[in-house]
Design a protein around this ligand. Structure first.
Ligand SMILES: *Cc1c(COP(=O)(O)O)cnc(C)c1O
Ligand code: SF4
Length: 383
């Protein structure tokens, strides 16, 4: 990890000593995303200093973080209510001994991403779009991350040679009209490096849209600065997908970050993961989706938590997800209701699920259930 930290420092062009001349608590420094990264908590000592180390975790945590390291930005840390052991932000970023509990149903790569990897860094599972993993580094390592299998092997950024091969694959596959930059968090790379990637993709005529999957608006809103947004704007149409999981994450800083992206003509959508004791409640989910729409961010997907090793303690039943959608659909604006999806195993793809609204299907009559629960007939005309 050390080497990669160094690489990240060079990526962002900052020097390691720079922390010393910036007094902690200086708000100008805290507004700088590189300051946030340099001052992130990454070890048990740091957790202890911030009163986030539980007595019962002291013995097991070194083993947990060897396999599943962590990192928390000072900004994201500031959202935690330390008096609450089950604080929803805390549960997402502070490692727990529960991550190494034995769950036989869990695997490292149940979705078969490695099987659909056509080149290092490129997953081509669906006909018209590809997922490009630019790095596996993130500002905060979410405890529920679907790619946490990779962390213990070290952190990396795609090399120019790997990228050239990826561009060439996309160039020769004319059906690819949508490229999703993912990771890790692509926005952890320097603006200059990202500019180069976007420029190369834009040179390919059949690439219609580029999506960026990033949690920076939520965990490192300082990253969304004028320089970044000015650069992204040149490469439109770009769509940003971010990842808010709880209403406590919607702050004036995260709102301002989304606003800067939106004002550049880049739509922002949200992908939430359904997480036990964090957002597995219809009221919390409704509050989250209302708050998202208020900041002009559209709830896109609600993901059922994948069966990934190290996430067992955060998974709920599928019934819980269906119950939440049932409590939202019809009772609040359709714009606030995300599509609930389960990602199929071994590359089967995302499967949308919803509560039963179709009771039965006759030749010329459908029996439907309305959102309030009444059952009624609906005449089905012939084609
Ligand atoms: C989720 C996903 C996509 C994008 O799917 P959409 O439904 O278009 O948002 C693309 N590739 C892979 C491998 C994915 O997992
Ligand atoms: S931001 Fe996304 S890729 Fe990064 S740790 Fe969180 S879930 Fe994983």
């Amino acid at each position: 990890m050390k080497g990669d930290e160094l690489r990240m420092e060079t990526e962002t062009g900052s020097s390691i000593q720079a922390t010393e001349d910036k007094p902690p608590g200086c708000s100008e420094a805290q507004d700088d995303w590189k300051w946030q990264l340099r001052n992130s908590i990454k070890d048990i000592e740091g957790l202890k200093e911030k009163f986030l180390l539980k007595e019962e975790d002291i013995d097991t945590l070194p083993g947990v973080i060897k396999y599943f390291p962590f990192s928390i930005t000072p900004y994201y840390l500031s959202l935690i209510d330390r008096g609450n052991a089950n604080d929803p932000v805390r549960l997402q970023c502070v490692p727990s001994e529960k991550e190494i509990a034995l769950h036989l149903e869990l695997q490292d790569d149940p979705l078969g991403e490695e099987k659909d990897t056509v080149l290092p860094g490129l997953v081509h599972r669906y006909p018209d779009r590809v997922l490009l993993t630019l790095t596996n580094m993130c500002p905060v390592y979410c405890r529920h991350c679907t790619r946490k299998r990779e962390w213990h092997k070290g952190f990396w950024v795609r090399t120019s040679e790997e990228l050239e091969k990826i561009y060439s694959y996309i160039r020769t596959h004319k059906d690819i009209r949508d490229v999703i930059l993912s990771g890790g968090d692509p926005l952890i790379l320097s603006t200059q490096k990202l500019d180069g990637v976007l420029e190369s993709l834009r040179e390919i005529d059949h690439v219609e849209i580029i999506r960026i999957g990033t949690r920076c608006p939520v965990v490192l809103p300082q990253r969304i600065d004028d320089e970044l947004v000015g650069m992204l704007k040149k490469h439109r149409p770009i769509w940003v997908n971010t990842h808010f999981n709880h209403p406590n994450e919607i702050t004036k800083e995260s709102q301002a970050a989304c606003d800067r992206i939106l004002c550049a003509g880049i739509p922002v959508n949200n992908q939430t993961v359904l997480l036990k004791n964090i957002n597995d409640d219809a009221q919390i989910m409704t509050r989250l989706c209302h708050a998202l729409v208020r900041i002009s961010v559209r709830p896109y997907y609600l993901f059922h938590c994948d069966p990934i090793s190290g996430t067992g303690h955060l998974r709920t039943s599928i019934d819980k997800g269906l119950e939440i959608i049932k409590a939202m659909r019809g009772f609040t604006s359709g714009l606030c209701v995300p599509t609930y999806v389960v990602d199929g195993l071994e590359g089967q793809g995302k499967v949308p699920l919803q509560p039963e609204y179709l009771i039965s299907k006759g030749k010329d009559c459908f029996v439907l259930r309305g959102y309030k629960g009444e059952i009624f007939n609906y005449y089905n005309p012939e084609d």
